[in-house]
Write a protein that binds this ligand. Structure first.
Ligand code: IMP
Ligand code: MG
Length: 186
């Protein structure tokens, strides 16, 4: 039997600096949820979560929207390394549900250059969605390369690499219940 290693707290990791604490995230997400419920009253939006990062936001957001809705998931990756600026996005896991005639709310963790959401918005429209609106938890306005219209936004943040609440650094930190800045990035 392998000995079980003593686990240090990940949530109190000294290499992290809290940027947005849990209670602020929750309060803002409740507001956005109420706003969406008002805006889509008597309609039935389809929430599309961009995996993996947006899953935590999506799961809190959908429970803050008190109305009929459906959900779907998509996973994307940029083509290779260093080609992110090309704006080419590869769909790694496609949607399960048809888009025709649906009112889509695209749920994303962070809007950075805008390339991913620009691609997905156009892609969904070309597949016959009636409307495509974006809900992003975080926004880094300084980094934008293409203009993207955001309908629902949690927080504007400075141009710093953030983790937690779904966001990762090499797949780590997605489980943090808050948004943090990693100090001393390698
Ligand atoms: P973009 O808007 O197409 O540049 O891509 C946004 C994606 O880049 C997000 O979905 C994240 O996966 C990733 N990303 C951008 N900024 C950060 C960050 O600060 N921390 C973690 N992931 C980030
Ligand atoms: Mg992502």
């Amino acid at each position: 039997m392998h000995p079980v290693p003593v686990t240090e707290s990940e949530f109190n990791n000294p290499g992290l600096e809290v940027l947005i604490p849990t209670d602020k995230l929750q309060a803002r997400i409740r507001e956005i949820g109420a706003e969406i419920a008002r805006d889509y009253a008597s309609r039935r939006p389809q929430l599309v979560c961009v995996l993996k990062g947006a899953m935590v936001f999506m799961s809190d957001l959908m429970r803050a929207i008190d109305m009929q809705l459906t959900i779907d998931f998509i996973a994307v990756s940029s083509y290779g390394k260093g080609t992110r600026t090309s704006g080419e996005v590869k769909i790694v896991k496609d949607l399960d549900e048809p888009m025709e005639g649906r009112e889509i709310i695209l749920v994303e963790d962070i809007l950075d250059t805008g390339l991913t959401l620009n691609y997905l918005t156009n892609n969904f429209r070309s597949r016959g969605a009636t409307s495509v609106k974006i809900a992003t938890l975080l926004n880094k306005p300084d980094r934008r390369k293409v203009e993207v219209e955001v309908a629902y936004k949690g927080f504007d943040i400075p141009d710093e690499f953030v983790v937690g609440y779904g966001l990762d650094f090499s797949e780590r930190y997605r489980n943090l219940p808050y948004i943090a800045v990693v100090k001393n990035l390698p």
